[in-house]
Structure formats: C-alpha cells, structure tokens
Design a protein. Structure first.
Length: 261
C-alpha cells in the first residue's frame, strides 16, 4: 500500500513538472518579440542636390541607403590637371600643392561608397570621427574632419585650395567650409557616414545662425527639403585658429562626434 502511495506521488510530481515546464516554454515563446526596422518608401528630396558624380540607391526594404561617388568635385581647383577646364592656378594666392604631380583623377582610391540607415539611429552613444572619409559632399568630393594624419590641420593649411580642400595620394577632400557649396548660408553640404545631413552655418527654419546646436553642431528643426522636423548637422560657426591659410576665414567643416550610429 505504501509503495503504491509513493508511486502515485512520483507520477503526480512528474506530471506537475511537465505541465510547469510546458507552461514556461509557452510563456518564453510568447514573450520573444522580433524587432524590425521600419523602412521608408522614397528618398529625401535633399538627395536631388547631389551632383552627377553621386549615385544614391534605396534598398528594397527601404531600411538602407547606398551612397556612391566618383570622388570628383564639380568645381574648379588647383588640384585638377592643367589641361582640365576646371583647373585654376592658385599659386598666386599662396596655395602650395601637396605634391606637384598630385591631381584629381590621377590617384588611387578616389571612388568611395558607404551604406547608411534610411532613418539614422539617434538613440545610441556618440561616436568620434576618424581620419579619412567621414561623408560625401553634394559636389561629389569627400568630407574629412579637422585633423591631418600628422596631427592638427595647421601642417596642411598651405595646401588647401579655395574650396577648403586638398588631395593627397587618395581622395580630394574638404577639411574646411567648402565655399563652392556654402559660404555662411543655409545650403546643403552633404551627408555623413551616420546618415545625417550636414548644412551650412545658417538654418533654413530661421534664416539665421542656430543657437541651439549640440556638441556635434546638430539640432532638430525643419529644413528646405523636409516638411517635418528632423535632426541634422550644421557647420559650427567656428574659425580654425591658423594664420597660414591661403584663404580666410578658415571655418571648421565637421569635427564630430557622429550622433546617428
């Protein structure tokens, strides 16, 4: 009789734990939610401002944007070959090329591309910029931060052309406010590698220099291309402290950090 009792208890225990186990599994399954990124159906009209050097493609699911460029700017510079229609001699202005045989279209790695989220992630931590390309300008050329490989920008100041750019062995790129694109105004400059657009020193929403910018030069407002308020960067109205630039003023283009990763 006692053995039968313990057998009954043992059987009920197994049944109980089996039920609990199944219930737990069911609960876990119902609690797991798969997060899906919401895509967009069309690109911002801001992309219409980019030159023919730039190709922009929206992914099939609308969650990513592929941005590609030849790297060739659509404006004049001392860095074009002398027989190119866009070549200008800036030596009388004090521009000294990085090397005399360095010219746009004559180097390696000039074309570049990167993929950004169609809706920048503004909930994560800020990410510092690094050397090399950090964005693409509407002209088709690359955007760099305010540093050179050897340190701050002072060492390369004399090689920057009227557009605030120069070319090393790689891409032609801007370090300073690109005056062919924007000069103390509200023009679209380009897009950075975190998917956030960069504008000139003034804001379209007020027509004046914004006073509510964060450490990256960003804020949320309407733009000339967006009817709804969006987060975007501006060139911070800060002059680079160097006396050896060929052209003045020397306004920092973008020092970072990124906010859209």
């Amino acid at each position: 009789m006692k053995n039968q009792f313990f057998k009954s208890i043992f059987f009920l225990s197994i049944l109980f734990f089996g039920i609990v186990s199944c219930s737990s599994d069911d609960e876990i399954e119902t609690e797991v939610e798969v997060e899906t990124e919401e895509g967009i159906t069309e690109l911002s009209s801001a992309f219409d401002q980019f030159s023919d050097a730039v190709t922009v493609t929206l992914s099939d699911d609308g969650t990513e944007i592929l941005i590609e460029t030849t790297g060739y700017p659509n404006h004049t510079s001392i860095y074009w070959e002398t027989d190119n229609p866009l070549y200008i001699d800036e030596t009388s202005e004090g521009v000294t090329k990085t090397t005399q045989n360095t010219y746009i279209g004559g180097g390696t790695g000039e074309a570049s591309s990167f993929i950004v989220d169609s809706t920048p992630n503004l909930t994560g931590a800020a990410v510092a910029t690094e050397l090399n390309t950090i964005g693409i300008a509407v002209s088709g050329a690359a955007i760099f931060n305010d540093q050179e490989g050897s340190g701050d920008l002072d060492s390369a100041a004399g090689s920057l052309d009227w557009a605030g750019a120069h070319k090393g062995p790689g891409v032609y790129h801007y370090h300073l406010e690109p005056t062919p694109i924007t000069s103390d105004d509200e023009s679209l400059v380009g897009i950075l590698m975190d998917g956030v657009f960069l504008y000139g020193r003034k804001c379209n929403s007020t027509g004046d220099t914004p006073t509510d910018l964060d450490a990256s030069g960003g804020h949320t407002s309407t733009t000339q291309y967006e009817s709804e308020e969006i987060y975007h960067y501006h060139i911070i109205n800060e002059e680079y402290p160097a006396a050896n630039y060929a052209y003045q003023p020397a306004i920092v283009l973008f020092a970072g950090p990124f906010q859209g990763y």
